[in-house]
Design a protein around this ligand. Structure first.
Ligand code: IPE
Ligand code: MG
Length: 250
């Protein structure tokens, strides 16, 4: 499937799109299937969306695949999600690499609950694709926005204790260098599927001025056309970043 990009303003492509994949469980429930079947169906949606991002020319796409709060789910579902995240990486890695996609991982990787195999495969995928630059595809895995900010604060505090950083020199740009992926740009467009309208601890720092899109589509039904629709809608928005001036736009 190829997108009709004739209405796309190539001057205003969002540099970074965040994706909160939501609704897998409801999709499965509606079909009398186990929740895990919904996660499996969500894989095709994610990679169709990645294809769409490549077509549209989006440079950063971050997908929320496992949150620091998801550990509280049923142990069987958690175990499935661990296995599935790893399995998906190994199956998709070479294809993504061939397409010039750089794979990155954002999250608390020191968590002992993450199986070593996952950690190993994430490391390998990041290594393999590190020189690619067509699309930066970030998997937010064992990710929590508050934890990311606290981890950065801790690293900065340590630096100050060691005398490497003067607390008076800590500004926003300095702080941002201590986040999980220092070169990650701010989120321009944040999409959450399934109709829920919450940020759920996703990219809190990076989404300070994000535009939000809440399509009422369960994640397994999402595809690249929905991504394009969200981008086209984003292109109609006035982004003022706190200023009172009218946005400069024709
Ligand atoms: C998102 O779908 C799956 C994850 C990223 C873990 P959900 O599992 O939250 O689906 P619902 O909200 O229960 O329908
Ligand atoms: Mg949910």
């Amino acid at each position: 499937m190829s997108l009709d990009l004739s209405r796309l303003d190539t001057e205003r492509i969002p540099a970074h799109v965040g994706l909160i994949l939501d609704g897998n469980g409801r999709w499965a429930n509606a079909r009398g299937l186990p929740r895990t079947a919904g996660h499996m169906a969500g894989e095709a949606a994610l990679f169709d969306t990645v294809e769409g991002a490549l077509e549209i020319g989006i440079k950063w796409l971050t997908a929320f695949t496992f949150s620091t709060e998801n550990w509280s789910r049923d142990p069987e579902e958690v175990e499935f999600l661990m296995w599935f995240n790893e399995d998906l990486l190994t199956r998709r890695r070479d294809d993504l690499h061939a397409q010039g996609v750089r794979m990155l991982f954002a999250g608390d990787m020191s968590d002992p609950r993450i199986p070593d195999r996952n950690r190993k495969h994430m490391k390998e995928a990041a290594e393999l694709t590190r020189h690619n630059h067509r699309l930066n595809l970030v998997f937010a895995f064992n990710y929590g926005g508050r934890r990311e900010i606290v981890d950065a604060a801790r690293a900065l505090a340590r630096g100050a204790r060691e005398g490497d950083i003067d607390p008076d020199d800590i500004h926003e740009d300095v702080f941002a260098r201590f986040l999980y992926i220092p070169d990650m740009p701010p989120v321009d467009l944040l999409i959450r599927s399934s109709g829920e309208q919450r940020i759920s601890n996703f990219l809190l720092w990076q989404s300070a001025y994000a535009e939000f899109s809440f399509p009422g589509i369960l994640w397994p039904d999402f595809n690249r056309q929905h991504l394009l629709d969200a981008v086209l809608d984003y292109q109609t928005r006035d982004r003022r970043f706190g200023s009172a001036k009218d946005a400069v736009r024709d």
